[in-house]
Ligand binder design. Structure first.
Ligand SMILES: [Zn+2]
Length: 90
């Protein structure tokens, strides 16, 4: 385990703000939990993925999942970590 961060202070602030915004606005339609795993489409920016890995450990639930190389085809936008309900594209 390394504590070295792969991202900058600016990115940390921006992404933390984005995540906090998500936590305050996004709610699971089924159970009301705000602990939604976001599925990242396309080629990921690795520092962004690393940031979310660290956040997931800190928070105790997965904030981000990689959705593979192509969007669509059964991949939801988000999955609720509490009840597994999915939301977004079918
Ligand atoms: Zn839910």
């Amino acid at each position: 385990m390394s504590n070295r961060r792969e991202w900058s202070e600016e990115e940390d602030k921006k992404w933390t703000d984005e995540l906090n915004e998500r936590l305050s606005t996004d709610k699971c339609p089924a159970c009301g939990s705000n602990k939604l795993t976001k599925h990242l489409m396309g080629r990921p920016y690795m520092a962004f993925v690393e940031f979310h890995k660290a956040k997931s450990e800190e928070l105790g639930w997965q904030t981000l999942a990689l959705g593979g190389c192509c969007a669509g085809e059964g991949m939801p936008d988000t999955t609720c970590t509490a009840c597994q309900a999915t939301e977004g594209s079918k």
